[in-house]
Design a protein. Structure first.
Length: 357
C-alpha cells in the first residue's frame, strides 16, 4: 500500500523510539511488506515466548504467529506502539488518538500514553503480576491491581441468550468481548444494520467491538457451531485507568540517545533497586553494559529482555549479535579456504597429468 509507505516514511525515528501497527485490514507481516517497525509476525521461527505473552494479553496467537488483533490501548502502550494506521477517519471520536497524517484513504494517528521501549519496574511487579489467569481481561486488570491503579477493563452486563449476548451501550468508549467457550470458532457482531464476523475466536483473543455510543446495541451471536453457548463477557476500556498506568510506569524511563537494529543506548534513573523492563524479546544474542560493565541478562515475564539495576542514575547500552554468528563465520571461512585449496590442487594435479602424457 503506497499510502501507508508514504505516511510512515514521513515519521522521524530520531525524535523518539516508536512502533507502528496497521489497525484496519491488518495482516501478520504488514511491517515487513511496507517497511515500518511493528510487533505482529507470521514466521516458522516465531518466538514461542512472545506468542504465549500475546495470547495471555488477549491478542490473536497461534503456533507460528502472533498479531495485534485483540489488543487494547494498554497492550499497545506496553509494546511501545506509538502510531496506528487506519482505513477510515477516527476523527475526534477517540480522545486517545491524535491525527498525525493522511494519504489517500489511510489515516495515521499517534496514540497517547505510549510507554518507552524501556522503563524501571520493581521486583514486586515481576513476582506478583499473574499472567496465567485465563481471561485476558483479568490479566490486564491484575497488572493494574499490582500497580495500584484503577482497572483498565470494566465489565458491563447485558442479556445472556445462550448462543447470543446483547448489550445496550450506556457510556461512550472502546468495547471488547471475550468468549470463553472454545467450541465457538466464529462470532457475528451486529450494531444496528451493520455487522462483522470474527473467526478463530477459539484462540481466546479479545474481540475489538470499536468505539460505541450510548443508545447503541451490541449483539453477539455464535456462528460455528450454531446454537452453542457463547459464555460471553463484555468490557469497556477505561481511558483514565490507562493514564494512571502510564504515569506510574513512565516515572523511570530509559531515555534512548541511540537506537539501530543492533544497538541501543540511553540513560535511566532508578529511585530504588529494580529491573529494566524492555519490550524486546529475550535472546541470548543480546549483551548489555550498565555503566560500562557487562550485566547479566535474563527473561522477564518469561518473554522480555531484562537486567537488574541498582538505585541511582545509569547508562545502559545494548548490542545484538546472533548467537553462533562468529563461529559460523569462522567455519564458513575455513570451508571456503578448504574448497579453494582443493580446487588449486585439483588443477595442479591435472596439469601434471597432462605433462606426463
Amino acid at each position: 500500500n503506497q499510502d501507508v509507505m508514504d505516511l510512515v516514511a514521513g515519521l522521524n525515528p530520531e525524535e523518539v523510539f516508536y512502533r507502528v501497527e496497521k489497525v484496519d485490514g491488518k495482516t501478520k507481516n504488514d511491517g515487513a511488506w511496507m517497511n515500518f517497525p511493528t510487533v505482529s509476525l507470521f514466521s516458522s521461527t516465531a518466538n514461542a515466548d512472545m506468542t504465549e505473552f500475546f495470547r495471555r494479553m488477549g491478542c490473536e496467537a497461534s503456533t507460528n504467529s502472533y498479531s495485534i488483533e485483540g489488543s487494547t490501548p494498554l497492550v499497545d502502550s506496553l509494546l511501545s506502539i506509538r502510531y496506528g494506521l487506519y482505513d477510515w477517519n477516527q476523527g475526534s471520536s477517540n480522545p486517545l488518538l491524535t491525527l498525525a497524517g493522511q494519504e489517500g484513504n489511510t489515516w495515521l494517528y499517534r496514540k497517547d500514553y505510549t510507554l518507552p521501549l524501556g522503563f524501571g519496574i520493581s521486583m514486586d511487579l515481576e513476582d506478583n503480576w499473574q499472567l496465567d489467569l485465563g481471561n485476558p481481561a483479568d490479566v490486564q486488570n491484575d497488572l493494574c491491581a499490582v500497580l495500584g491503579t484503577s482497572w483498565v477493563l470494566e465489565e458491563v452486563y447485558g442479556e445472556d441468550g445462550g448462543s447470543s449476548y446483547s448489550y445496550g451501550v450506556e457510556q461512550e468508549g472502546e468495547y471488547y468481548a471475550y468468549i470463553s467457550n472454545r467450541q465457538v470458532k466464529e462470532v457475528k457482531v451486529s450494531w444496528g444494520e451493520e455487522s462483522t464476523t470474527y473467526d478463530n475466536v477459539n484462540r481466546g483473543y479479545l474481540l475489538e467491538l470499536g468505539r460505541c455510543l450510548p443508545g447503541e446495541e451490541i449483539l453477539l451471536t455464535a456462528v460455528d457451531p450454531a446454537g452453542a453457548d457463547l459464555s460471553a463477557r463484555v468490557y469497556r476500556f477505561s481511558d483514565d485507568a490507562l493514564r494512571q498506568v502510564y504515569e506510574t510506569l513512565s516515572r523511570e524511563s530509559w531515555n534512548l540517545t541511540e537506537w539501530t537494529d543492533t544497538a541501543l543506548a540511553g540513560t535511566i534513573t532508578m529511585e530504588h533497586p529494580g529491573l529494566l523492563y524492555t519490550s524486546i524479546p529475550y535472546d541470548r544474542g543480546w549483551s548489555v553494559l550498565v555503566d560500562g560493565e557487562e550485566a547479566e541478562t535474563r527473561k522477564l515475564f518469561d518473554t522480555f529482555l531484562t537486567v537488574e539495576l541498582p538505585a541511582g542514575s545509569h547508562t545502559v547500552e545494548m548490542h545484538y549479535e546472533p548467537e553462533g554468528l562468529r563461529a559460523g563465520a569462522a567455519i564458513t571461512a575455513v570451508s571456503a579456504g578448504s574448497l579453494a585449496a582443493a580446487a588449486v590442487l585439483g588443477r595442479w594435479a591435472e596439469r601434471k597429468k597432462k605433462e606426463r602424457r
